[in-house]
Write a protein that binds this ligand. Structure first.
Ligand SMILES: [Zn+2]
Length: 211
């Protein structure tokens, strides 16, 4: 069970890593954007919330953007606009990211590619209502490094296992590689209990079958 969980975690973290690398490479030419929109309201109020994740040359942006309109004309106009597209999840690809990026307009300072902005404002003159915006910008290198931690441990573990198997096959100490062919037993170099030569169904040097 533990083994199954380990392999599930390893495979899913490799998938995440591959996806992040793909997104990162794609930022050379396009911007990918996943948006989830939800709106509700009535004749005198419209409340629109967008959650989105943007991947662009600036990094990966996590956003929540909310606009509330209370002016009747504005509500009618915006509601008509929104009726063109359904609420829910959409994936968009933009060729000219700078015109379609919320992270592009972050005014907060950027440090090592990270930035965070939480701003509230009244919407444009006469529209009533308000808007609020939360943006977290995280650089691709950071997410890739994070996603690579677990697979690296997995790879190191695998490499260690291969190495000790190879050493045991060659009659060396599996831990330190000391030559134990002359003196099987406990490794005089590191004290590891050396395994007895692995019983294998293959023939020995003199052609006799091992017991
Ligand atoms: Zn040893």
């Amino acid at each position: 069970m533990k083994r199954v969980l380990y392999w599930c975690a390893l495979i899913s973290s490799l998938a995440v890593l591959a996806m992040l690398l793909t997104l990162w490479i794609r930022t050379a030419s396009v911007c990918d954007k996943a948006v989830f929109r939800h709106h509700h309201g009535h004749a005198a109020l419209l409340d629109v919330t967008n959650w989105s994740i943007e991947s662009s040359y600036l990094g990966v942006g996590f956003l929540r953007y909310r606009s509330v309109y209370v002016n009747r004309d504005e509500v009618r106009w915006r509601t008509n606009m929104l009726s063109d597209t359904k609420d829910g999840f959409r994936w968009r690809v933009y060729d000219h990211p700078q015109f379609n990026l919320s992270t592009y307009y972050i005014r907060a300072p950027r440090r090592f590619g990270f930035s965070y902005e939480n701003s509230s404002r009244g919407t444009a003159e006469g529209t009533g209502g308000f808007g609020s915006r939360r943006v977290l910008l995280v650089p691709h290198w950071f997410l890739v490094a994070l996603a690579a931690v677990f697979p690296s441990f997995g790879a190191a573990r695998l490499a260690r296992r291969w190495r000790s198997r190879r050493r045991a096959r060659q009659g060396l100490c599996p831990r330190c590689g000391y030559d134990l062919r002359g003196a099987p037993g406990v490794c005089p170099e590191c004290g590891a209990a050396a395994p007895l030569p692995a019983p294998s169904p293959t023939t020995t040097d003199d052609g006799a079958m091992m017991p």
